[in-house]
Design a protein. Structure first.
Length: 267
């Protein structure tokens, strides 16, 4: 008989501390110690200990008016950063619509998340074809053109994590039908970084081509990747007129979005 899977163990004090913080967040204004204690159903003395730690982190501040607690500077900074990320994804998805209208192929937007590329936006071709890339899907930094583009700009520590399981992969990645060992894979990443462009054939299906460009952040890391995918018969080949047009449209989108995000960052 298979034993039930155990839930991962966390740090209970962190969970309790966040519940105290949540009360202040949800209140929308400063609260007294007793009011917070009533909401979390704990004694004021116990809640006070958590508030002291939250104040030390900057997530909570104690107002000059005695006994009132409100969100601290760190909480406000976190909230602003979260809003900014949402806004930047919205701005990037607007460019995704523009790119889709220009090329009429399936296009998608990805961010780097926990060692993989995460699809956060998608716009399908108007033609009756089905290419299965969904919002929320994760793409490998080894087996996908999109993921390889992110990997090409990783720092050494992040790259070590990507490479840690390379020798035990179920199959080697292929570029243009050629299998890549670890050394060849790293050479491919160097070429991708230099070109700021990534091409894949067969990453999704044997007859599907994907082309990707990065949107670089102010520190030279990849913030987003824009990808166009389509059938090889439609957009494949170096001398294919459609492929040339798509590559040009991708680089134009890259330039526009980089300028938009840079302007937004400066505000």
């Amino acid at each position: 008989m298979t034993e039930p899977k155990k839930a991962q163990q966390g740090i209970n004090s962190v969970v309790i501390g966040m519940s105290v913080l949540d009360v202040i967040v949800d209140a929308g204004s400063a609260l007294s110690l007793n009011a917070i204690a009533n909401e979390v159903e704990m004694s004021p003395a116990k809640v006070h200990r958590y508030l002291v730690s939250l104040i030390e982190t900057g997530l909570v501040t104690r107002l000059k008016e005695p006994g009132l607690y409100d969100l601290g500077p760190k909480a406000l900074k976190l909230g602003f950063k979260a809003i900014k990320r949402i806004d930047r994804v919205s701005i990037a998805n607007e460019e995704l619509d523009t790119l889709n209208s220009q090329v009429d192929e399936t296009v998608f937007l990805s961010i780097w998340n926990d060692g993989e590329a995460l699809v956060v936006g998608r716009k399908a071709s108007s033609r009756p074809i089905t290419l299965m890339v969904r919002i929320g899907e994760v793409l490998s930094p080894i087996y996908s053109a999109t993921g390889r583009l992110f990997a090409a700009f990783l720092d050494d520590q992040q790259m070590d994590r990507v490479l840690s399981g390379y020798s035990s992969l179920p199959s080697k990645p292929k570029i243009n039908g050629r299998e890549l060992g670890k050394a060849e894979y790293l050479e491919e990443l160097e070429a991708i970084q230099k070109a700021e462009f990534s091409l894949g054939l067969g990453d999704f299906q044997s007859n599907v081509v994907s082309v990707s460009v990065p949107i670089l952040g102010p520190r030279g890391t990849v913030e987003f990747v824009l990808t166009v995918i389509g059938y090889e018969s439609d957009i494949g080949g170096e001398n294919n007129i459609t492929a040339t047009r798509i590559k040009k449209a991708l680089f134009q989108s890259q330039q526009r979005l980089t300028e938009k995000l840079g302007t937004w960052e400066a505000i």
